[in-house]
Design a protein around this ligand. Sequence first.
Ligand SMILES: Cc1ncc(COP(=O)(O)O)c(C=O)c1O
Length: 369
Amino acid sequence: MDLLARAKQLEAEGRSVIHLEVGEPDFATARPIIDAGIQTLRQLKTHYTAATGLPELQQAIAGHYHRKFGLQINPRRIVVTPGASGALQLALSVLTDPGESILLTDPGYPCNRNIAKILGINTIDVPVTEDTQYQLDAVHIQQCWSANTRAAMVSSPSNPTGTIIERSAMTALIEAIANANGHLIVDEIYQGLVYDVEEYTALSLSDDVFVVNSFSKYFGMTGWRLGWMVVPENFINVVDRVAQNIFLAPPTISQYAALAAFETGTEEILQSRVAIFKERRDYMLPVLCEIGFKVSARPQGAFYIYADCSDVSSDSFSWTKKLLEEEGVAVTPGIDFGEFEASTHVRFAYTRSVDELKRAMCRITRFIK
Ligand SMILES: Cc1ncc(COP(=O)(O)O)c(C=O)c1O
């Protein structure tokens, strides 16, 4: 946040800044979704919906799982939320009590640690490396689970590493957590933004996982604040009650707009953007390695590259600050995602055009030299 604030200040002073720190697609929301939102307002659909979301949207999301993965999900298990952020808060609220603990990856998505803290939950930050694709595996569960641990959280593809938990590793993870009588929360927010490998969902492996997803990333709707969570049957009622109290309901206009996200015309627009993200990753990954960074686990999804910068600097926070001041390129230092090897890592987000990425790489090369 400090870097972002400084980047904005520099821009206000007339400096050119290339933003590789931003964790959201640079594309505006696809036109059919925007039109559906405008139509919703014109029809004066401005009241609360049910706390767990519009039944039509629950149905549409269930249809999405059927088309994409051949799954039959009971729409009542789908809880529509204010972003994946809302889903993560709900999941932690229903699964844990203050004083209990959860397992997280270090590095990992920073808000999970903070949401847990706000709820009085202790976090066990498990250092993860390229050996496990920067993900939790069954061995971590056996080693780090304690008597008061209730749940483990993973994101696949991951923020900040873009790495994926392979199907067999996910199966083993689910089994290890079931053996510990715990719960697994799988954040699939970057689903759809996957390159090179075939996608699956943790829902196809178990009905007991809590699967979080969102309209923010693949669907390009960050500002609409809409996500969802698929919960096990026996949690439907408790999640509904907690959602009623924390959020009342997810945003109505966004929900009607999101119905258009599953139409064929929209799907074509979104798929063309996936190809663009892949092209950006394929440009940026080799160039970063040529100029002195090391990327030891291939990012196969999301829009992030988590790079080891130890040959360039052993203090990534100062390095990113200086890079911004001297060359006007904003990247995220490892400290944002945890403590483990944070000072020798930075995250690049390829949420800019290839031309802009090229300009950024020229500036970074000059800075390193
Ligand atoms: C892994 C992960 N989970 C959840 C979120 C929250 O997303 P939103 O609340 O916009 O759906 C983000 C946002 O960057 C993320 O990277």
